[in-house]
Write a protein that binds this ligand. Structure first.
Ligand SMILES: Cc1ncc(COP(=O)(O)O)c(C=O)c1O
Length: 907
């Protein structure tokens, strides 16, 4: 096959190439060749080209047929290539579509990279200044620590530093936050400084604090002064608040003292710190602030005096307070605050008030005693000359003969008390007013006597005594009052004595009664009772000064002894032989519940002005039920002691002492109690007493219903048990009452001793007796007693009865226990006190008969001494002791509990 020969580029001259602009580079050689052809050649050229084309086509067909596989593969490859190219084309298009996004992403990346770079730079700077920054940030804590440790200078330096930073960098948030924190700390510094100003600090400290406050700069100069005074006032108020307002005297003393020292200090401090200058500068002039403040303090001081002075009930205290106030006012005079001139009206008012109050209570007491007075003749104690001479004006001892007239004696006591209170603080300015007050009191007494005379129906002997009292009022009491007043106000007697005409009414009354004869005094004027002699009931190591043995040791149950109540006769018998007892002591009820006639005894005692003391140890429940006996107090006893723990529900050892009437000197009782009592009261016991009281007061009258019902039920059941006897009310006709809650069970018909029966019941039935005796035992019923216990008791007694009723073969049935008690025959050779202090020795039990006992020998049960110190030891007592001991009683009080020896006094 002939291929068209195409000339190469090398063969075509450059000029020719330029002539063939339409030909491609590959066509250029052929076109150049064409140009070199002749015309003929050119005419033939198409034919030649056609032949060549034909040839080539044939050759192509041949090649294609010969290599058809390759052609097909090439065609497939071409197809594939075409598809891939179009796919690439499509991807290319979507790629082109993403390119703007890529561009913007890139620019974002660049931006953030720049920011990060910036931050990094800043962090690097931060790292480089890290420690400085840390120091800065710690400034508030540092300042806080300084404030807490009291390094105020350093704290304020830090504050100034931060303030400077804030002005330098007003826009830096850290600095602003720092400043806010520092401001808070400054605030706490401020309150700490003010708090210090409210405490007890001296001038240098005040100066320092004010210096700091000035540096902080929150207060203007005026505000600063105001703050200073406010804080110092708070300090003063705090001191006053701590004083005990319940004690007006102590409070006022404290207040005056506080003002004298502290107010003076504050004024001086103020002046030293805020030196008021004379430069006339507005800044330094306080506009009279200090003066106003000080005046305010003085006004408060005076107001408190006005409120508290009337609460003081002792003239001596008033006078003391006045002295102190004067001293205080004088001291404050150094700083221009002398307020002495303002004090007199306050004290005058207080004195007048005190005197009027005392006079009123004197009159009131007189009235009370007069109303309850029994008109019986009392021992006369002399009658001094009436009227008031010059000499008598000096003697202010209360006239002893007024003791014949208790209402007057009480009144004069009151007047003396009023005068005693007045004397230390009697202001001259009140001389006339107080004289009028005294006259007013006397007038009230006089009126009350007149009223008494018209409203009371007195028998003739009572009237005589009444008139005698009226006479004593005018002739003794009135002059005595004048004398007392004269002692308070020398020369003041006339002011009161002029008022004598006020008693004209009584004078007339006396004139009309002149004809009546006054009864003679019952005793000669030397007679004095123990109270008047001032004898204290002394106690030494528990040994009373008493020489008389009470009848308590004879309380064993020989019926005759239980049946008589000798107390009332005894009082009168003693009186008849000229021995006036200081007091009468009665034990009622007895351990067995038998009650004395306290009503009758108290009447007799009071006729002789003798106080009646009742040992009501076993009767604390009396009066709380209509079937219980009435209480000793209700029957007129003056002092009553009750063992609340015995019958009521308070704790063991707690008891109560009651008193009533006016024969009893309360202060004296308190003094005596102080000798006996611990100075550390048991609040447990006190609370239990209060609980016992509350238990009764919740339903008085019915609280004992159940116990009494059970007691009667038990009694009816026990009464039917053979061999068992119950002590009955009817057995004691001379005693007015018996406690229904006490049972004394006699076992003599069983030929048993009380000890044996008690032992039997305790061991086999768990029944505990209150008191065990030779022939009986006593049981106590109480608020806690139950029916189950009653039934157990009845079974126990039945069992006792069936076991012992007919067994008469017992060993000791030979002993007649009735021989032992009561020990009516005993001699006291020494008083218990003498015996206590006497020289002593031990002798054997058998050899001590006839010796003087040196110790207390008390078998328990029953807990009643068989021998007391000073008593001559008898055979009967020893026999009794041996008997009770062999029956299981333990011996208390004796040095040798086994009783092989007894302590006796060397005679
Ligand atoms: C009649 C009598 N008084 C007083 C007391 C003593 O009472 P207190 O235990 O409360 O001291 C007793 C004790 O049994 C007593 O029987």
């Amino acid at each position: 096959m002939a291929l068209l020969q195409v000339p190469s580029n090398h063969d075509v001259s450059p000029e020719m190439s330029n002539l063939l602009p339409l030909a491609t580079a590959e066509q250029q050689p052929y076109v150049s060749e064409l140009l070199s052809f002749t015309l003929d050649r050119l005419h033939k050229e198409p034919e030649l080209l056609r032949v060549d084309a034909e040839r080539i086509r044939r050759q192509m067909q041949e090649v294609a047929v010969g290599n058809y596989r390759a052609f097909i593969a090439a065609a497939d490859a071409l197809l594939e290539i075409r598809e891939e190219v179009s796919a690439v084309d499509r991807h290319l298009e979507s790629l082109i579509a993403q390119i703007p996004k890529l561009t913007s992403g890139c620019s974002e990346f660049v931006d953030s990279a720049e920011q990060i770079l910036e931050k990094r730079r800043m962090n690097q700077t931060l790292l480089a200044n890290h420690s400085t920054l840390l120091d800065l940030l710690e400034t508030p804590q540092l300042m806080d620590t300084c404030v807490r440790n009291g390094n105020y200078d350093e704290a304020l330096d830090l504050e100034a530093f931060v303030a400077k930073l804030t002005t330098m960098h007003p826009k830096i948030p850290v600095i602003q936050a720092l400043a806010a924190e520092v401001r808070q700390t400054t605030q706490s510094l401020l309150s700490q400084l003010l708090q210090k100003l409210r405490s007890n600090i001296q001038l240098p400290e005040c100066l320092r604090i004010i210096g700091y406050l000035r540096r902080i700069g929150v207060f203007s100069e005026y505000e600063m002064r105001l703050q200073f005074l406010r804080c110092r006032e708070a300090w003063l108020t705090g001191i006053l608040d701590e004083l005990d307002q319940r004690n007006p005297y102590e409070y006022l003393k404290g207040m005056v003292n506080c003002h004298r020292v502290r107010l003076f200090d504050v004024v001086n401090q103020y002046r030293a710190i805020f030196a008021d200058d004379t430069s006339g500068s507005e800044e330094n002039y306080d506009g009279g602030l200090l003066f106003d403040w000080a005046m305010h303090q003085i006004t408060l001081h005076l107001k408190t005096l006005k409120v508290m002075l009337p609460k003081i009930s002792e003239g001596g205290s008033l006078s003391n307070i006045l002295d102190q106030c004067m001293y205080c006012a004088m001291g404050l005079g150094w700083v221009g605050l002398d307020f002495r001139g303002l004090l007199p009206p306050l004290f005058e008012e207080a004195v007048l008030n005190l005197f009027s109050k005392n006079m009123s209570s004197a009159v009131e007491n007189f009235q009370l005693v007069l109303d309850s007075h029994r008109w019986v003749p009392l021992p006369a104690v002399g009658f001094p000359a009436s009227g008031f001479s010059e000499e008598s004006l000096d003697d202010v001892t209360p006239p002893s003969n007024l003791m014949e007239h208790p209402p007057l004696a009480v009144f004069i006591n009151g007047v003396s008390a009023a005068m005693n209170e007045l004397r230390p603080c009697a202001p001259v300015s009140l001389k006339h007013v107080l004289a009028q007050e005294l006259v007013k009191g006397l007038q009230a007494v006089s009126d009350s006597l007149l009223r008494y005379n018209t409203t009371r129906m007195l028998r003739s002997n009572e009237s005589a005594l009444f008139f005698k009292l009226c006479q004593a009022f005018i002739e003794v009491a009135f002059p005595h009052c004048v004398t007392c007043f004269n002692r308070c106000y020398p020369g003041g007697a006339a002011l009161v004595s002029d008022a004598k005409n006020l008693f004209e009414g009584i004078g007339r009354l006396l004139a009309t009664s002149r004809s009546r004869e006054l009864p003679k005094p019952t005793r000669n004027s030397e007679t004095k009772n123990a109270t008047e002699n001032g004898d204290e009931p002394g106690v030494e190591n528990g040994v009373l000064h008493s020489t008389e043995r009470t009848s308590s040791a004879s309380l064993e149950e020989k019926e005759e002894d239980l049946k008589s109540d000798p107390s009332s006769q005894k009082v009168e018998t003693n009186e008849d032989v000229g021995r006036k007892p200081a007091a009468v002591l009665v034990v009622s009820p007895s351990y067995h519940g038998i009650c004395s006639n306290i009503d009758a005894i108290s009447k007799i005692c009071h006729t002789y002005n003798i106080p009646l003391i009742v040992d009501e140890a076993h009767g604390a429940h009396f009066g709380f039920h209509h079937q219980l006996p009435s209480s000793a107090l209700a029957q007129g006893a003056d002092i009553v002691v009750q063992s609340t723990h015995k019958v009521l529900c308070s704790l063991t050892q707690s008891s109560m002492l009651h008193y009533s009437g006016n024969l009893i000197d309360r202060d004296r009782i308190c003094r005596c109690l102080q000798i006996l009592q611990s100075s550390s009261p048991s609040y447990l016991l006190l609370a239990s007493l209060d609980a016992a009281r509350a238990q009764l007061s919740d339903n008085p009258g019915t609280v004992f219903n159940r116990a009494i019902e059970l007691a009667f039920e038990a009694k009816s059941l026990i009464n039917n048990i053979p061999g068992i006897s119950l002590l009955n009310f009817t057995d004691f006709p001379s005693f007015p009452d018996i406690d229904p809650l006490r049972f004394t069970v006699g076992v003599w018909n069983l030929d048993l001793s009380g000890y044996e029966a008690d032992d039997f019941l305790c061991r086999d039935f768990g029944i505990i007796s209150e008191l065990v005796g030779t022939q009986s035992f006593t049981l106590a019923f109480n608020l806690g007693t139950t029916r189950e216990q009653i039934l157990r008791l009845v079974s126990g007694l039945r069992c006792l009865s069936t076991t012992f009723l007919h067994s008469h073969d017992r060993e000791n049935s030979m002993i007649d226990v009735r021989d032992f008690a009561p020990f009516t025959k005993f001699d006291m050779l020494l008083s218990p006190r003498e015996a206590f202090f006497a020289r002593k020795r031990k002798v054997s039990f058998e050899d001590c008969v006839g010796e003087i006992c040196g110790e207390l020998v008390c078998p328990y049960p029953p807990g009643i001494p068989a021998l007391i110190p000073g008593e001559v030891i008898t055979e009967t007592a020893l026999k009794y002791l041996s008997y009770v001991k062999s029956n299981g009683a333990s011996i208390s009080g004796a040095a040798d509990h086994l009783l092989s020896t007894i302590v006796i006094c060397d005679s």
